[in-house]
Design a protein around this ligand. Structure first.
Ligand code: GRF
Length: 207
């Protein structure tokens, strides 16, 4: 049974999709052992509590500097000894020491088709604002392993979503979540938990 820690910062709809998938048997061979948030007011913590899953807050504001936070955050995650760390709307850069410790064992969901609309400054609603500004007709979401780069690790899965005339960033964000994120992330976790994928030469392959 794969031990999974989910990191969150906000609403936690992706966390909810994971919890529902575990409950409904769409994720097998995996259990959520804890949810970690940098934000004590994250609704995601309530979603975890409703399922009896421990919620842990590690806030950068409680530490004198980023290095101290990085050490505390990494120590907290390592102490839980997870097999997989899932970043489900986690708005904090993962400490380099943790990336090294959990090579090919951290996954992230990003709300665009990487390598478009990703990297520094592309997070949350901003991604969808930029998509609408540029006028692309297709966007989507990507699940990828986390490496030391920003949104640069091996891609596990992607799903396209149409942009529609009259979309606002909020409307588009919701469509990308419903049609792509909430489908892709649980499926990727199930694939990992059941040994269906591997990383070879920095690319994800089926096995
Ligand atoms: C999602 O769009 C995720 O891809 C992005 O932030 C949003 C988080 O939403 N990185 P939620 O907290 O899962 O509802």
């Amino acid at each position: 049974m794969l031990k999974i820690v989910v990191c969150v910062s906000g609403g936690g709809t992706n966390l909810q999709a994971i919890l529902d998938a575990v409950e409904q048997g769409r994720i097998t061979n995996g259990e959520i052992i804890a949810v970690i948030s940098n934000n004590p007011r994250a609704k995601a913590l309530e979603r975890a509590a409703a399922r009896g899953i421990p919620g842990i807050v590690v806030s950068p504001k409680s530490y004198p500097d980023r290095e101290a936070f990085n050490e505390a955050f990494t120590a907290k995650v390592c102490g839980l000894a997870p097999d997989l760390v899932v970043l489900a709307g986690f708005l904090v850069r993962i400490p380099p020491q943790m990336v090294a410790e959990f090579s090919d064992r951290i996954v992230n969901i990003h709300p665009s088709l990487i390598p478009s609309f990703c990297g520094v400054g592309y997070y949350g609603l901003k991604v969808h604002e930029k998509v609408l500004e540029r006028g692309v007709k297709v966007t989507g979401a990507t699940v990828h392993f986390v490496n030391e780069g920003m949104d640069e690790g091996p891609i596990i899965a992607q799903k396209a979503v149409y942009v529609e005339e009259g979309d606002t960033p909020e409307v588009l964000q919701r469509r990308v979540m419903e049609q792509a994120e909430w489908v892709l992330l649980p499926k990727a976790i199930d694939d990992i938990a059941n040994g269906r994928i591997a990383v070879v030469d920095d690319k994800v392959v089926s096995r």
